[in-house]
Design a protein around this ligand. Structure first.
Ligand SMILES: [Zn+2]
Length: 126
């Protein structure tokens, strides 16, 4: 799995940059870093921030060797994820779209299931 936009289950210190998984409620608000006292923020990418290179590289590596790519629940308009279907297709993968509506990648998909991820994925993968 490559979490290109980070994880909602991670927190990152705005002071020292330390990051860790956090699944419990915070003892105090606002939450602060135990090491430096800096404010903690969610470990996700916000608009205008750069994607972390590690997960993005991992995603490209998976795209280079996958046989089937399921594009589910995305409008396919925000780069770089919007380009992942084309990358996989160029490298020989079958691309399947799961979305109630057509998207900019619909034209290159080998198959499309028009419905929500909640409706389609259990039937497709079950
Ligand atoms: Zn810190």
């Amino acid at each position: 799995m490559a979490e290109i936009h980070g994880s909602i289950w991670a927190v990152r210190c705005t002071g020292c940059g330390a990051e860790r998984e956090e699944r419990d409620d915070f003892a105090e608000l606002p939450p602060r870093c135990a090491a430096c006292g800096g404010l903690l923020r969610p470990g996700v990418v916000w608009f205008g921030e750069t994607l972390p290179p590690g997960p993005s590289g991992a995603a490209m590596e998976v795209l280079s060797r996958c046989e089937v790519l399921i594009v589910a629940g995305t409008s396919a308009v925000v780069s770089p994820a919007s380009g992942y279907a084309a990358v996989a297709k160029r490298r020989g993968a079958r691309v399947i779209e799961v979305n109630p509506d057509e998207t900019p990648v619909s034209g290159i998909c080998d198959a499309a299931f028009r419905g929500t991820s909640e409706e389609v994925l259990p039937a497709l993968l079950g």
